[in-house]
Design a protein around this ligand. Structure first.
Ligand code: RP5
Length: 166
């Protein structure tokens, strides 16, 4: 991917601006890979029309993958997935009561026919959603595939270098 390509290929949406602290981690990973993204706080419950507008227009703007994060009664990924054929990656976020289990249960109970690929809760999920988005994009972009291989190799090398505890 050339550094000059600035058209957003990934859309990151979240249910509230309060989710940005975690989800900026996804944007950071995409930046590391030179993948442009657009980030929006839109709520399935508080602004349903805005979510529809977003989901229905994303493909036309050139977006290829949508990452959708939400906490509590986490409807956003499913509502987005219902209105697009783009792959939707769901990131459950921690709420105040159940540590994110509530959001996990919302996302993994999508009815057949409306797929949402659900990641881990919180910052690990945000990071992995971005990496999974890069893997999806890499299927038709060999340069991204090479960057992913380098990323994995460097990660393993860092673990090897720090493996010894005593
Ligand atoms: C969800 O409710 C959002 O995704 C957020 O995680 C949670 C709380 O939102 P705020 O009350 O902080 O706006 O819809």
């Amino acid at each position: 991917m050339s550094k000059s390509e600035s058209k957003p290929l990934v859309g990151i949406v979240m249910g509230s601006r309060s989710d940005w602290e975690v989800m900026r981690g996804a944007a950071a990973v995409l930046k590391e890979f030179g993948v442009a993204c657009e980030c929006r706080a839109i709520s399935a419950h508080r602004s349903p029309e805005l979510v529809s507008e977003y989901a229905r227009s994303a493909e036309g703007r050139g977006v290829e993958v949508i990452i959708a994060a939400a906490g509590m009664s986490a409807a956003l990924p499913g509502v987005v997935a219902a209105q697009t054929t783009l792959p939707v990656l769901g990131v459950p976020l921690e709420g105040k009561l159940l540590g994110g289990l509530d959001a996990v249960l919302s996302m993994v109970q999508m009815p057949g026919g409306v797929p949402v690929g659900t990641l881990a809760v919180g910052s690990a999920g945000a990071k992995n959603a971005a990496l999974l988005a890069v893997r999806i994009l890499a299927s038709s972009r060999p340069e991204l595939r090479e960057r992913l291989k380098k990323y994995q190799a460097e990660m393993a090398e860092q673990i090897r270098a720090e493996a010894e505890l005593e």
